[in-house]
Design a protein around this ligand. Structure first.
Ligand SMILES: NC(=O)c1ccc[n+]([C@@H]2O[C@H](COP(=O)([O-])OP(=O)(O)OC[C@H]3O[C@@H](n4cnc5c(N)ncnc54)[C@H](O)[C@@H]3O)[C@@H](O)[C@H]2O)c1
Ligand SMILES: N[C@H](CO)Cc1c[nH]c[nH+]1
Ligand SMILES: [Zn+2]
Length: 446
């Protein structure tokens, strides 16, 4: 467990790709053994098994233990529609306008992702196609342990609504019973159907399995800490999940032309989420890295969450001296970060060398924080190297596809004959005869 001593700029490790042991050092840096060791797996498995066995009673017990919230029934943790609408009146006008502004931009972006059903007729007169439908009921997880995330309400719920999901059930922890008006107001803006103030693995288990009070959902999406991410992984199969969206990560490739303080604050912006967040800066220019280090030293004491930032930078952060920008891109591809900032003068020139990243922020004006709130693309992104095979949360996560096949009487003659040959090759006689029975010139049954 990393100590909580305040980080000094000098504490953040520095690696150099020309060091003999660089590969081993990079492996150690990106290893997640300390973050999600066997003990987290076991803790989460026990919580899920307990919720399966005791339903609401187990949910109440874990909510009291982890969120310091003692109530008599899970029903009392449900937030009414009226309370959500009231929250809209309690927040500042500026906050309401910003929520609506962000919601509109997120909607505009995600509407472009909507997939439509399609079909075509082949030369034989058979109709083939794909029918796209929305998921019926989804659970969205909105984190709430160390910070509250109205922005995550919008990022989770709006794509679901754009897809046409009938029922969106949101869970959000309310430590000590506090749930922010901004979070509830965001739920109202996004049209969330039901909200329960529940968090952690117990909330994921309740959504996946259903309890006396919570309805079981078809898919669970959304970010969360290591307990939440592990729980989602463990319930996958019983329900769908989006991806692993765990502790935040930022990797910045800098060419040395961005104001170093801007880069410092971009690193801090993800470190302040979680002691387990990972922030890495790659740059070919030693002097620039020294300026960033001095900026960390100077600016860290001014930060409200200096404690969390310090632990994260010291335990999991790094500055890496590379030979050039091409080598920086290659290392970034090995790490496959959640957020990648190309803080360089010509980001378009570097882009073709980037293979994996949840979201790419192009040029020094584009701070990652803009993407967190209101640029439009989703901020729920794959972490822990998942951008090698996963994508940002999107409308496509809330849609599913069914294939359509309609054979005509004429069209079945060719398909049936071919299917018969293939089925007999597999020695699956019922398949073969099912196809042959529909042929005009039937083969003799065998
Ligand atoms: N990848 C993304 O898209 C994305 C987006 C936003 C936030 N995040 C990440 O989400 C996370 C939010 O974390 P958070 O902690 O603030 O909120 P959270 O809601 O994810 O976690 C709080 C819950 O964790 C559980 N918990 C805490 N300690 C526990 C323990 N010892 N044993 C069992 N359960 C325990 C509790 O049930 C609590 O309700 C951060 O890591 C942040 O970086 C990621
Ligand atoms: N950076 C987070 C995703 O890793 C999302 C977020 C929400 N609010 C602020 N940031
Ligand atoms: Zn963030």
């Amino acid at each position: 467990m990393p100590s909580r001593r305040l980080c000094k700029g000098t504490d953040m490790r520095q690696l150099d790709t020309s060091d003999a042991d660089f590969d081993a050092a990079l492996t150690r840096l990106t290893s997640r053994d300390e973050v999600d060791g066997a003990s987290v797996d076991e803790t989460v498995a026990a919580i899920i098994a307990d919720v399966a066995r005791r339903g609401d009673a187990a949910v109440l017990e874990y909510t009291a233990r982890f969120d310091n919230l003692q109530v008599e029934s899970v029903a009392t943790l449900e937030v009414s529609r009226e309370r959500m609408t009231e929250a809209l009146c309690h927040i500042d006008v500026a906050q309401r306008e910003a929520l609506e502004y962000a919601a509109q931009r997120i909607r505009d972006f995600h509407e472009r992702q909507l997939q439509q059903s399609w079909q075509y007729e082949d030369a034989l007169g058979n109709v083939l196609g794909q029918r796209v439908t929305a998921l019926a009921r989804v659970g969205i997880y909105v984190p709430g342990g160390k910070a509250s995330y109205p922005s995550s309400v919008l990022m989770n719920a709006l794509p679901a609504k754009v897809a046409g999901v009938a029922e969106v059930v949101m869970v959000v922890p309310a430590p000590g019973g506090d749930v922010s008006d901004l979070v509830l107001a965001a739920a109202a803006v996004a049209g969330v159907d039901r909200v329960f103030t529940l968090g952690g693995a117990q909330a994921i288990a309740a959504l996946a399995l259903g309890t006396e009070t919570l309805p079981a959902v078809d898919k669970i999406v959304g970010p969360g800490n290591i307990y939440v991410a592990t729980a989602k992984r463990q319930v996958f199969g019983r329900v769908g999940i989006d991806m692993e969206a765990g502790p935040s990560e930022i990797l910045i490739i800098a060419d040395g032309h961005t104001d170093p303080d801007w880069v410092v604050m971009d690193l801090f912006s993800q470190a302040e989420h979680d002691e387990n967040a990972q922030c890495i800066l790659l740059c070919p220019d030693h002097k620039y890295l020294a300026a960033v280090r001095a900026g960390i030293e100077r600016l860290l004491p001014t930060m409200e969450r200096a404690d969390i930032i310090g632990v994260s930078l010291r335990a999991r952060g790094a500055m890496i001296v590379t030979r050039d920008l091409a080598e920086a891109a290659a290392i970034s591809n090995l790490i496959a970060p959640e957020h990648l900032e190309l803080s360089v003068e010509d980001p378009e020139a570097l882009l073709p060398q980037i293979e994996h990243a949840g979201a790419i922020f192009m040029g020094s004006y584009t701070s990652e924080a803009l993407g967190d709130y209101c640029a439009g693309p989703n901020h729920v992104l794959p972490t822990a190297g998942g951008s090698r095979f996963s994508s940002p949360l999107g409308v496509y996560d809330f849609q599913k596809r069914s294939s359509l096949i309609r054979c005509s009487e004429q069209g079945v003659q060719e398909l049936g004959a071919m299917a018969s040959v293939l089925a007999r090759g597999e020695s699956l006689t019922a398949h073969a005869r099912s196809a042959e029975m529909r042929l005009t010139h039937k083969k003799p049954a065998k």
